[in-house]
Structures are given as structure tokens and as C-alpha cells.
Design a protein around this ligand. Structure first.
Ligand SMILES: [Zn+2]
Length: 146
């Protein structure tokens, strides 16, 4: 990811510990929620496959499907209030966020070229647990015989 490193010199010392704790909690936040939900629905996955473009958060090898759980800010969720760039240092943030978006869309194209189906989940969409279950079920079951 590399985000932790570029963030560090931007934030004040006070803000730094907060950012650090968010970085550390990577595996206890939204991704864990999606993993737990998928698991509870009976789907088995592998984690962060390093071989695949963009290192998807959940990989379902036998179904040839992957799921990304995207933070609205870093991955620039279109039209989402959580995606607004900071007002200060825009000359720093705007190109960086734009580069993130381009990297994401390149990864999606590469995954599709390799025959993978991709579901993008945005952090802000995860609060509705029923909707999340519905989306996981319909994405993971589509095209399978069982
Ligand atoms: Zn969002």
C-alpha cells in the first residue's frame, strides 16, 4: 500500500497517532466486517492475494471472484461526502488522489483481463448489514451452479 509512509510527513504530530491507529486497525475495520459477513454466509476466501493486481481484500479462487473494500477517501468514492479532498495542500493531495483512482481502474482492467469478476464495496455502504448480505450473496452466487 505505502500509504502510511506518505501520510506521515503531512500530518501534525497530534494527528499522527490517530492516523497510525487507523493504519494499524486495517484488519479490524471494514474489511473484517466484510470477511465476517461472507464467512457467515458460508463463503470461503483467501486474504490479500499478493499475486493479483491491486491485492484484493477477499479472493474466492474457485469462483474466480474478488472483492475490494475501498476507503472512500483514498479511493475517491465518486459523489461521496467522505471523499472530499482536504482544503489545505491541495497541490499535494489532488495529484495523489487522482493517481490512486488511476491505479484502481488499471487494476480493475487487469483483473477483468485475467478473467476475474470484481465487486467493489465502499466503506460508507457497509453500515446496512442486510444490504451487504444481499450484495455478497448475489455477487458470489451469480454464475455458479450451486
Ligand atoms: Zn463513500
Amino acid at each position: 500500500m505505502g500509504y502510511a509512509f506518505c501520510v506521515m510527513d503531512v500530518y501534525s504530530a497530534a494527528k499522527r497517532s490517530e492516523v497510525m491507529s487507523r493504519v494499524r486497525s486495517k484488519d479490524t475495520g471494514p474489511e473484517l466486517l466484510v470477511r465476517r459477513t461472507a464467512h457467515a454466509l458460508g463463503f470461503r476466501y483467501v486474504l490479500h492475494s499478493k499475486k493479483l493486481p491491486g491485492h484484493p481484500d477477499l479472493v474466492f479462487p474457485s469462483r474466480r471472484k474478488v472483492i475490494f473494500v475501498h476507503g472512500c477517501f483514498w479511493h475517491q468514492h465518486q459523489g461521496c461526502p467522505h471523499a472530499a479532498p482536504p482544503r489545505s495542500r491541495q497541490e499535494y493531495w489532488l495529484p495523489k488522489l487522482q493517481a490512486n483512482r488511476e491505479r484502481d481502474s488499471n487494476n480493475l482492467v487487469r483483473l477483468k483481463d485475467l478473467g476475474w469478476k470484481v465487486l467493489l464495496l465502499w466503506e460508507c455502504e457497509l453500515r446496512d448489514s442486510k444490504a451487504l448480505k444481499r450484495r455478497l450473496n448475489s455477487f458470489l452466487k451469480s454464475g455458479s451452479k450451486s
